[in-house]
Ligand binder design. Structure first.
Ligand SMILES: CC(C)(COP(=O)(O)OP(=O)(O)OC[C@H]1O[C@@H](n2cnc3c(N)ncnc32)[C@H](O)[C@@H]1OP(=O)(O)O)[C@@H](O)C(=O)NCCC(=O)NCCS
Length: 236
């Protein structure tokens, strides 16, 4: 089966579906699974981009189906910033690697005159392999760097990759609220007493405040991190 479901799970922030990407790319017959507008978009993409884009849409469709949302809602296009544009009342996010595409979708009540979802989600997948060490200064804050340096080599490499993945997931969940590039230095990660990842935002602009939640999902050979972002009450 092409674009077969690798796993489908309920995560704390929504329904997550991963599909495997065929090594020979997306063929014309694979596009039949998509909405005609999505298929037309896919035909305009180069081979490498096409297979990940198609896999992402197939994973999104499968996750939406699991929530009881059928294809009659129309094509899943993209926002002008590149995020998947889901039907009203739904939020979602995508991530892909060479051989896997992962989608996360959730229902979300719309607030403020029905315009903004109450919370948004982000997902990121990475292959669990040692990352290039030279990404550390860009990805980690000085505090995170110190924490990671106290670990053995394998654990440090894993924490670096988890930090990268968590920040990308946060970026995707944050994007609808801020609509700008957010640097890796604007998010600080720590582990609480139980070892759970906790994020603190230090946004360079005056957006927010936002509450950020993270979830690390165990998945063989992968790093899989989900994020949820919602406006937080302002401290008075
Ligand atoms: C946008 C970005 C997060 C994508 O990550 P990536 O590792 O290149 O690719 P992934 O496979 O994980 O994700 C790609 C998907 O992200 C989604 N995406 C793209 N831009 C997005 C945005 N601005 N907001 C939310 N989702 C976005 C798309 O669905 C895309 O897949 P598609 O084009 O096939 O639909 C990344 O390229 C980026 O620009 N990062 C900015 C810096 C950052 O992460 N800072 C972290 C601190 S918060």
């Amino acid at each position: 089966v092409r674009f077969a479901v690798a796993f489908a799970r309920d995560l704390p922030f929504g329904r997550c579906v991963a599909v495997t990407l065929p090594p020979d790319g997306a063929r014309d017959e694979d596009l039949a699974a998509l909405h005609p507008e999505e298929a037309a978009h896919a035909r305009g993409l180069g081979a490498i981009r096409r297979v990940t884009w198609v896999g992402g849409r197939i994973a999104l469709r499968a996750a939406l189906q699991d929530l009881g949302v059928g294809p009659e809602q129309g094509a899943i296009g993209a926002t002008k910033r590149g995020a998947p544009a889901l039907p009203p009342g739904l939020v979602g996010s995508l991530s892909h690697k060479e051989m896997l595409a992962v989608a996360l979708v959730a229902r979300s009540a719309e607030e403020g005159g029905g315009r903004k979802p109450a919370a948004t989600v982000g997902i990121d997948v990475e292959i669990a392999r040692p990352p290039r060490a030279d990404i550390a200064p860009r990805v980690l804050t000085p505090d995170e760097h110190r924490r990671v340096q106290g670990l053995n080599e394998a654990a440090a490499a894993r924490e670096l990759l988890i930090a990268f993945s968590a920040k990308e997931a946060i970026y995707k969940a944050l994007d609808p609220w801020v609509g700008r590039y957010v640097s890796f230095q604007e998010v600080a990660l720590a582990r609480d007493a139980r070892g759970a990842l906790v994020a603190t935002l230090a946004l360079a602009h005056t957006e927010g405040p936002f509450a950020v939640e993270l979830h690390e999902e165990p998945a063989s050979g992968l790093i899989l991190v989900a994020a949820r972002v919602r406006p937080a009450p302002r401290c008075s």
